[in-house]
Write a protein that binds this ligand. Structure first.
Ligand code: NPQ
Ligand code: MG
Length: 388
């Protein structure tokens, strides 16, 4: 038995530049991980890093290096090759009669030997999970415990050049049927933008995301957001500042929602119990994969904390898997699970198309989608084969 990996580096132009408090992007550099079984079946996972460490410490070139030099080699005993373990068939922990792919839990456990790098881990774990599910003819949604076949979609609106541009862009999304609008904010781009959008759409579900751009001393300023009837304020302060978020929530009535701060089940429980957050944004890449994402969801259901599915400008590969996750019962707020055309004129898979503000949960085996070969090759800037 053997599984080989191909790391596909792609570049896809965005339909418009996406600016946040940490910078602007007009091209999405994407890495897709392909795990190929010895029977020639491929499993796919998307690495959601950005080109530079702006959102979190991970970045694309680093993620490719850690996958090639450490994460994939660390899995070789599990895959039954390397270190001589291939000869001991009965000791192949995690493999099973249905196929040669190791079980998802054993992949997670093996990768946990390495610190950090959750986005790189998630890409590899998801590629193997897709393969494992395909061997069982089981969809990711059914595996994770999805209870819906459609999910409500929101959209994240970057920081534009003017209020007029903002209103025009939000107007397009409202017309397309999105069920919730999220404005990216930063000091100097917040209250005027909110006033303008609320003026046009007094009733639309609205929230903001600061990507860590404020400081503890901005509590009184953030309290001025209360008059705009927001669903939540996402990650106003730096990732490591749980006390700051707790202090902010004692001054601000709008619920605080953490994104970058939540890295694991334990950090989620810490933030909840400490009083730093009352809503959580779950992104599989940020938390090291779909198993951890599901476990954080389960914790939040138990603790009555609403969750929603974040987005990292995924192609159809990452999007398909996110939509399966967003179909779990605790995902009660619309996610950043937008249609393909929010970001891309052409997606690497068949496009996800919004229908009454919702997307359908893929129901084929695994993540339920495949890259289209010509799209993949047209977008490719590098292809690296990694033998286990
Ligand atoms: C967030 N996403 O919730 C992120 C941050 C983000 C949809 O708002 C390239 C790749 C640019 C990933 C910009 C949304 C990005 C990116 C922002 C992720 O915080
Ligand atoms: Mg965010």
């Amino acid at each position: 038995m053997s599984i080989s990996f191909v790391i596909h580096s792609l570049e896809i132009p965005l339909v418009r530049p996406f600016r946040t408090s940490f910078g602007s992007q007009s091209v999405r550099d994407v890495v897709l991980v392909e795990a190929i079984s010895d029977s020639g079946v491929s499993g796919w996972g998307e690495c959601v890093t950005m080109a530079w460490p702006g959102y979190s410490a991970e970045y694309t070139r680093g993620a490719v290096n850690v996958m090639r030099d450490f994460l994939i080699p660390t899995l070789s005993p599990l895959l039954g090759v390397g270190g001589g373990s291939s000869s001991k068939g009965s000791s192949l922990k995690g493999s099973s009669a249905e196929g040669s792919t190791p079980a998802p839990d054993s992949v997670r456990a093996a990768l946990a030997v390495m610190q950090g790098n959750p986005m790189a881990k998630s890409a590899i774990e998801t590629a193997l999970l897709d393969l494992w599910l395909k061997e069982r003819n089981l969809s990711l949604g059914d595996f994770l415990g999805a209870t819906r076949d459609r999910v409500d979609c929101g959209v994240s609106v970057g920081i534009p050049n003017s209020i007029a541009d903002l209103i025009a862009e939000v107007g397009q999304y409202v017309e397309q049927g999105y069920r919730r609008i999220k404005l990216k904010v930063e000091p100097g781009w917040d209250l005027d933008a909110l006033r303008a959008v609320r003026g046009e759409w007094p009733e639309i579900p609205l929230q903001v995301d600061a990507n860590q751009a404020y400081r503890r001393s901005d509590a009184d300023h953030l309290a001025k957001f209360d008059e705009f009837d927001l669903l939540l304020i996402e990650q106003p302060l730096p990732e490591d500042d749980l006390l700051g978020h707790k202090l902010i929530s004692s001054v601000v009535e709008t619920p605080i929602c953490l994104d970058e701060s939540i890295l694991s089940v334990d950090s989620a429980e810490s933030a909840i119990e400490f009083g730093a957050t009352t809503i959580i944004n779950i992104k599989p890449g940020r938390v090291g994969g779909f198993l951890n994402a599901r476990d954080i969801h389960d914790l939040c259901v138990e603790k009555n904390i609403p969750v929603w599915c974040g987005g990292m400008l995924e192609t159809g590969v990452g999007r398909a898997a996110n939509i399966a996750l967003a179909a779990l019962p605790g995902f009660i707020l619309p996610g950043d699970t937008s249609a393909s055309n929010r970001y891309y004129k052409e997606d690497v898979t068949e496009p996800f198309v919004l229908d009454h503000g919702q997307l359908s949960v893929p129901n084929g085996p695994g993540i339920g989608v495949e890259p289209i070969a010509v799209n993949l090759s047209g977008m490719s800037i590098a292809t690296e084969h990694v033998e286990v």
